[in-house]
Ligand binder design. Structure first.
Ligand code: KIV
Ligand code: ZN
Length: 529
């Protein structure tokens, strides 16, 4: 990657900034699954986590570095505050990666300096320089971020960036940490950096945005026009507060409006060379994976990946699309992999066909995972005639996501109807290996199941979200249930898929309770940015 990149570099931070969304906590296996999917998507850099934050984060970055950070794979990046121990932890976690990057940061806005860091501008300037040099003693590829750059004094910002580049930063990342800037301002900020930082040609200019005013994508597009060549994004735009810049939105803007953006990268407007390395056909799949594993649903009207993004409801629009798609569609659903939903398998399909289709879809399961998933597949195929790729993904994601299995659902049974009081019986195996059965009456069957589970598990919590979505059309469709629980200001999610939505609801609830219970067991304290 040279400093004068003639294409747009994509750094995905779903596993770091995205994971800071309330309730998005992912375990190591889930992070690995997402990392593999990001590699297939073609991101240039995966920011895999913040190794100093917790032993779990350290392990996740190390595992991603080991398994996805191969010579032909993406660069693996670890975040570190401008503090020696953070940088050391990032360097250690990244060791197995063929291409490693340390991303270190310190705030530069007066408001952060005064109230958060309690340091002067000159102290921060010296720390930035010293810590970039320290990171450089471990890896060649060092990214530096002046946090809250969007609200920093520009003259001071230029000085900090010049010193960071002189100390060895090869990428300087400009974060709009609080999502405050407007597109014109953000573009001017990048243009100002390009014009006023004397050694700027020795580094790639990157941008990092939050969506508090819904301007994150627009800000990035202006930044590109003014010289930014790396974009930091997350899948589905998940992240702190209103989220980060959505990868799928900014990438598709560069695909659909390539002719408009080509000249800003010194290309002929008609050039057909893609502006990013992203394989857009992987977008939809990656979006669903991230949504399933984090438990953060995608709003139906969300650009690119929302359920309605390619649906035409109005008669006039439908009429136009039938006559010629271009009348109301600016991009093809196939370009994001939306219609690659082939019916491949059925109840007569064998283990080899199942394994090879999963491999084609990019899943690499261990023998144990494959066995478990195959049993689920056969069970589903008995109930559902045609198994699509989306069904397969739902089954596999469901299997991958069930760890840690502290409480295990052994049985769930309900009786309900318009004359009956919804009643549920559950049998649960506790972490101590005891099998307990209890029953409860509820306002509906799911409520009854949750009350019965609560009677056994006895983990206090508040249910804050429950949603059911069908994976495909048809009465025999697999239902996906996502739930979110709150306990003492922390949110825990659970997700499960089954043709029986009561079973899926029970499994999703147990999944979330296991996360809550597991977090309590570990007394995990995690540092976030
Ligand atoms: O939003 C932000 O400023 C960040 C930095 C750590 C880059 O996430
Ligand atoms: Zn951020």
């Amino acid at each position: 990657m040279d400093n004068m990149a003639d294409r747009i570099i994509i750094l995905d931070t779903t596993l770091r900034d995205g994971e800071q969304s309330p309730g998005a906590t992912l375990n190591v296996d889930e992070k690995l699954t997402i990392a593999r999917s990001l590699a297939r998507l073609g991101v240039d850099i995966i920011e895999a986590g913040f190794p100093f934050a917790s032993p779990g984060d350290f392990e996740a970055v190390q595992q991603v570095a080991k398994t996805v950070g191969t010579e032909s794979g993406p660069v693996i990046c670890g975040l570190a505050r401008a503090i020696k121990n953070d940088i050391k932890a990032a360097a250690e976690a990244l060791k197995p990666a063929a291409k490693a990057r340390i991303h270190t940061f310190i705030s530069t806005s007066d408001i952060h300096l005064k109230y958060q860091l309690k340091k002067s501008r000159s102290e921060v300037l010296a720390i930035a320089e010293e810590m970039v040099a320290y990171a450089k003693s471990f890896v060649d590829d060092v990214e530096f971020s002046p946090m809250d750059a969007g609200r920093s004094d520009s003259e001071y910002l230029y000085q900090v960036l010049e010193r960071a580049i002189a100390a060895g930063a090869t990428t300087i990342n400009i974060p709009d940490t609080v999502g405050y800037t407007t597109p014109t301002e953000f573009g001017e900020l990048i243009g100002g950096i390009k014009a006023n930082v004397p050694n700027i040609d020795k580094a790639i200019i990157s941008v990092h945005g939050h969506n508090d005013l819904g301007l994150a994508v627009a800000n990035f597009l202006e930044a590109i026009k003014n010289g930014a060549r790396q974009l930091e994004c997350t899948i589905n735009g998940i992240g702190e507060r209103a989220g980060n810049t959505a990868l799928e939105e900014v990438v598709m803007a560069l695909v659909v409006r390539r002719q408009y953006f080509n000249p800003f990268l010194g290309r002929n407007p008609e050039s057909t060379e893609p502006l990013t390395n992203i394989d857009t056909k992987q977008i939809y799949k990656t979006s669903r994976l991230v949504s399933n594993l984090t438990g953060i649903g995608v709003q139906p009207n969300k650009a690119i990946v929302g359920a309605n993004a390619f649906a035409h409801e109005s008669g006039i629009h439908q009429d136009g699309v039938l006559k010629n798609k271009l009348t109301y569609e600016i991009m093809d659903a196939q370009s994001i992999g939306l219609t690659d939903n082939q019916i491949i398998l059925g109840k007569h399909s064998g283990r080899n066909a199942f394994r090879s289709r999963l491999q084609e879809l990019g899943y690499q399961l261990s023998e144990t995972e494959l066995n478990k998933a195959f049993i689920r597949f056969k069970d589903t195929a008995d109930k559902k005639k045609e198994i699509t790729d989306w069904d397969l993904e739902a089954i596999v994601n469901d299997e991958i996501q069930q760890a840690p299995e502290l409480f295990r659902l052994e049985l769930v049974q309900v009786s309900c109807g318009d004359r009956a009081k919804p009643t549920a019986t559950v049998t649960i195996r506790t972490p101590e290996g005891e099998e307990l059965t209890d029953a409860a009456i509820g306002t509906g069957p799911v409520d009854a199941v949750y009350k019965a589970i609560n009677r056994v598990v006895k983990v206090p919590n508040e249910l804050i979200e429950f949603s059911v979505q069908s994976v495909t059309a048809g009465i025999d469709a697999i239902g996906e249930v996502t739930i979110r629980l709150r306990y003492q200001d922390r949110v825990y999610s659970g997700h499960a898929a089954n043709t029986d939505i009561i079973t899926a609801s029970a499994r999703a609830y147990i999944g979330a309770l296991n996360r809550l219970y597991g977090a309590g067991l570990k007394h995990k304290t995690k540092q976030t940015v």
